[in-house]
Design a protein around this ligand. Structure first.
Ligand code: IVH
Length: 727
């Protein structure tokens, strides 16, 4: 971007647009916006793809010839603009709340009962709800001023997200300009009889007083925070993963992660290539407009040209809600995107206001009905054994491919021999598999009634399937291992892990590349990566000059990764990403870590004696020392760990922990806060940003409630600490 007009070439003649060009550009913009509206919001396109492309082409050409005609909200500006290196904070003017969950019909009935109690009403009160699909994506908050999109951010911790405006601008379904509405009276209710109409008289009076008279409104709000979910369709997910696989990159585990990774791309043109989609369903701050109900909101959004999900139903009473949830439980697999439940909202806003919030976290007037982990039946075609980086032999079931929660599943891990015996899984069996969240699919049980007698039992091989060495299974351990340090598969996996995002994060070195590098003998240990030359890389399949140069640059870059990444990449048994962080933070330098005794290691918070012994044994191996020397000679200089925070996610926030935490130790939770730039304190005061309450929380919880300090559960705290997963 030019910083001053002096930077413009003085000699070049710049064409100036006349009134005619200006008018044509505006016409084209209008036509394209209308086409987008009909296509995305109304699902009723009027233009063919070719006609649409022609309009876009003409507009682009006009804007190229007459740059002064280019406007920030032009439909041509959706291919991504300047790359950003960091995201700036995006404060939510009204907090973005989360929802309580219901896991079955009884939970929903109990919720309705609670609502009635809260309203002081009996069973005669028929509450009207809106049921919407719970889209499994990432929530975003978009600000429109006088109908123009001005900025948008992620949810973050609900109070502060990250500004991802350039990336949001690339989403074609998101209008940069809302369509103004003709004058109309604000609707009191869309359908008869409304919840308000069936309220007890006193409450109805209160509602009527608050709502009347219905304001006349038109156009667009002066300012509005529009909220919704950005997601990726199954089709796009499959396309991107196929592309990543082709390039040897790491694929995404599911559409949600792919959407998260794409939305947080530093380079918006990359986001533009990943076609994200969006459904809008909620409002934050709103000036110059009033919605009467959730149904009114959705309808108005649609009329403004915003994309809303068509599968919505207004239900009278909780039994109709339950029917909707059951119905979608049966057919959610048919949708072209993932949902993980149904969001049930009390329809009228008057009643919503009456009900208010449970805490600063969730409203009382809405609940998320969650479907149980999806399960399907399929057949075990064969069982193969994979060799991991530590030599562990893992049996994996090859399944008849089935669609499960939006992805095709063809394999499931069987963990180890004991697990196969416990579940009695045989080749040829019909099995029930499930995918819960982001976990790799697993076999839940064998459908024994389907056995024909043709099934065959599985036995762990006596020799490594990769190198043929006799395998070992130490007394008392469940894992069978290949003990051969030269085993080619172990080496391949070690190099792959070293280069992965969990460790040195070397872009361009995916599974295929690592296999080629190790099989060719060019890489015999991870340090060999640092002596690769372009000529060597060019000998590989699908490797051009450009890609080879890139890979070498990424390898070079990795030399100064933080210490924790190198520790993780070394592949010490029992040491994953988290323990690597802990070790790096305790010892600060690799030298101090390698010199530590078992006692010193075991004295580190969160490192057990068994792990300490495993670390010591690893560093005592002569080959480890050789590898470390070689890495040092190659110029690998991990950044020493300082106690400085590794992120500013919690900057300016102070946390107090109380009660018994189940997943974290208190010290660990406090260390996490510090690592993320926040403060952990022992007592609750007005300065406290959040109280994290475990079970049996006592006076601190009462105090926090008294002075309105937001209270989080342990799970919510953990969620706040997490970056959206990218893999
Ligand atoms: S309404 C206060 N509606 O679910 C109510 N949320 O568990 C705010 N979500 O953070 C949410 N589809 O990311 C609402 N139709 C929908 C939704 C939806 C997906 C997500 C959203 C929210 C989370 C709550």
């Amino acid at each position: 971007m030019p910083t001053s007009t002096n930077e413009l070439p003085l000699t070049t003649e710049v064409a100036r647009a006349g009134a005619q060009e200006q008018q044509r550009a505006e016409e084209l913009r209008q036509q394209i916006r209308r086409a987008n509206y009909l296509y995305y919001a109304q699902d009723a396109p009027e233009l063919s793809d070719a006609a649409y492309d022609a309009l876009m082409r003409e507009l682009r050409e006009l804007e190229e010839t007459y740059p002064e005609l280019l406007t920030a909200d032009s439909p041509t500006q959706r291919v991504g603009t300047d790359a950003v290196t960091t995201f700036t904070p995006y404060p939510h003017r009204v907090p973005m709340l989360s929802l309580d969950n219901a896991f079955g019909a009884d939970d929903l009935r109990a919720w309705e009962e609670k609502l009635r109690r809260q309203l002081g009403a009996g069973p005669e009160l028929r509450i009207e709800y809106v049921c919407e699909l719970k889209i499994d994506g990432l929530s975003v908050n978009l600000t429109y001023e006088d109908g123009r999109f001005v900025a948008g951010g992620t949810r973050g911790d609900g109070l502060m997200g990250e500004d991802i405006s350039p990336n949001l601008r690339t989403i074609s379904a998101l209008p940069m300009q809302l369509l103004p509405l003709p004058p109309r009276a604000a609707k009191i209710s869309h359908t008869e009889p409304s919840a308000a109409a069936s309220l007890p008289a006193s409450l109805f009076d209160a509602v009527a007083l608050e709502e009347a008279p219905a304001p006349l409104q038109q156009g667009v709000p002066t300012r509005i925070e529009i909220r919704g979910e950005v997601f990726m369709s199954h089709r796009e997910f499959a396309r991107i993963n196929a592309e990543l696989e082709e390039q040897g990159g790491k694929t995404f585990a599911n559409p949600r992660n792919a959407a998260a990774g794409s939305l947080r791309q530093k380079d918006p043109s990359e986001t533009a290539r990943r076609r994200l989609d969006v459904f809008l369903y909620a409002v934050g701050e709103c000036e110059g407009w009033s919605f009467q109900s959730q149904h009114d909101l959705l309808q108005t959004y649609r009329e403004w040209g915003l994309r809303t999900n068509p599968n919505v139903r207004v239900c009278s009473g909780i039994e109709e809600v339950i029917a909707f949830c059951d119905e979608w439980g049966g057919k959610k697999g048919e949708l072209p995107y993932d949902i993980d439940g149904v969001v049930v909202k009390v329809n009228t806003f008057a009643l919503q206001r009456e009900l208010g919030q449970v805490s600063s976290r969730a409203p009382r007037w809405a609940i998320a009905y969650k479907y149980p982990a999806l399960q399907v039946r399929t057949r075990v075609e064969s069982i193969e054994v994979q060799v991991g980086r530590t030599g562990a032999l893992t049996p994996v079931a090859n399944l008849t491919p089935v669609a499960l929660a939006g992805v095709t599943v063809a394999r499931a891990t069987l963990h180890n021999e004991d697990e196969i015996r416990r579940k009695d899984v045989r080749v040829g069996d019909t099995v029930v598999i499930q995918r819960a969240g982001e976990v790799i699919p697993e076999i839940v049980e064998v459908v024994k009634g389907e056995r024909t007698g043709e099934e065959s039992e599985f036995f762990m091989p006596s020799h490594c399937p990769s190198c043929g060495s006799p395998v070992v299974r130490p007394e008392g351990e469940a894992v069978t291992r290949c003990p051969n340090e030269e085993c080619p598969k172990k080496l391949h996996e070690r190099v792959r892990y070293f280069a992965s995002r969990a460790a040195m994060d070397i872009e361009g070195l995916g599974d295929k590349q690592c296999e080629q590098l190790t099989q060719s003998g060019l890489v015999r240990d991870v340090a060999d990566l640092y002596s690769l030359t372009k000529e060597q890389l060019l000998g590989f399949e699908r490797m051009g000059d450009k890609l080879a140069t890139k890979i070498l640059a990424h390898i070079e870059e990795s030399k100064t990764r933080p210490l924790a990444r190198l520790i993780s990449g070394l592949g010490i048994r029992h040491i994953g990403e988290h323990s690597s962080e802990v070790l790096a933070s305790h010892f600060g330098t690799l030298e101090r870590l390698t010199a530590a005794s078992v006692d010193e290691l075991a004295g580190v918070f969160e490192i057990g004696r068994r792990t300490a012994e495993s670390i010591r044994a690893f560093f005592d191996e002569p080959r480890t020392q050789q590898a470390l020397d070689k890495l040092h000679d190659a110029g690998v200089r991990p950044q020493s760990h300082t106690n400085a925070p590794q992120s500013d996610r919690f900057a300016g926030k102070s946390f107090v922990f109380t009660g018994t935490l189940t997943r974290l130790k208190r010290e660990e939770a406090e260390a996490m806060v510090k690592r993320l730039g926040g403060r952990a304190s022992g007592s609750v005061s007005k300065q406290t940003s959040y109280l994290v309450a475990g079970t049996e929380a006592g006076s601190k919880l009462t105090k926090a409630q008294e002075i309105s300090v937001p209270v989080l559960t342990e799970d919510e705290f953990l969620q706040m600490t997490e970056e959206p997963a990218e893999e």
